[in-house]
Design a protein around this ligand. Sequence first.
Ligand code: NAD
Length: 391
Amino acid sequence: MATIAVLGGGYAGLRTVKRLMHDKVDAHIVLVNNHPYHYESTQLHEVAAGTKTSADITFDIREAVDHRVDVVIDTVVSIDRENKRVILEHGEPLAYDYLVNALGFESETFGVKGVKEHSLSFTDIDSAVAVHEHIERTLANYATSHDENDLHIVVCGAGFTGIELLGELVHQVPRWTKQYGLPEGGMRIICVEAGKKILPMLPEDLSTWAVDFLTKHGVEMHPGTAITEVKPGVVIGGDLEFHANTVIWTTGVRGSHVINDSGYDQKRNRVVVGEDLAVEGHPGEFLIGDVSAVPDASSGRLYPTTAQIAIAQADAAAANVAALIDGRPTQPFVFKSVGTVCSLGPHEGVASIDMLGHWKLKGHKVSLVKKLVNDRSVLELAHVKEMLASN
Ligand code: NAD
């Protein structure tokens, strides 16, 4: 019986396994993940800001799959593609016939000096918890330090991650002010963004609404300011210096370093795959999610790296693995976005939805849409039990 190795228990990997199980593919399925749990990466910013706990956004992978799947908890070091073996940190190499690589993302520094040493980023549960603990510790420290920089938070980058994080942070300010006895209005939340326009991927009225919302809640937005260096407690952008003892880096993502370590032809650890999501010249070796760069045949551009696309790619990759096993031709990946939701704290947000027409939403209703999206994801990846537990 053929072995299918699925690497990564994020949206893309776990969805692939669920789809292979659902379609009763006749193969030995092995899922490798470095933790026994799956986490909702679209909600990491909430854990980083402390509006949710890690338990709210995680569930046990083993409970989401059945006895037909071997779950291996280990770290993938590299892929020996020539000999079709996955090299693991602890266990024996894992031989495979078919590979679905969904190892996900890491933070992108773009080589800006001092980022790794003097800022925080969140790419998984541990780093998101570390950001939250750093914020709480730094605010608590103000009582003895009286250092204003303990009250300042700089968010570097205003993509969706930065904006959604800012929404959670402003929601927390009243609680933090009360809890730590901070001077009223003493906390400063600053956002530094290289682009002149914030959220250019959203319709103009929605991006304006989001920026106005954050500004009204006290965020100091600095668009058109590319960060060139981060020093201890200082972010430097152009002629400006932003002083803060909490600096959070959210300027984008790259694929897992395992891609580079496995000898792929890659850019920012993303590999351009063929239209069926397999690596050119390597049928049976699929890359999906943040480690893949998938050309959109209709526009000629690469698809962005979003959870929605990762999930759609998982369905396509699972179907194509099944096709190869059955001796059928693989099918091209096609994707139609159902829209974008950008939360601004637990109760507000903006959304551009393309389902049964085009809908632009802002304010309270968006939190309901976001909740529905999150619940649907948990429901499809795990079980109803986890969905009820996360509410
Ligand atoms: P991003 O690439 O979308 O945004 C990063 C931002 O940082 C950009 O606006 C960029 O101009 C800015 N930047 C880069 N270098 C800079 C510098 N030196 N100084 C100042 N600013 C700088 O990255 P992201 O927000 O982490 O998102 C990653 C992916 O995940 C994207 O595809 C995004 O669409 C997706 N995502 C989607 C959602 C959602 O749909 N709600 C939420 C989070 C992430």
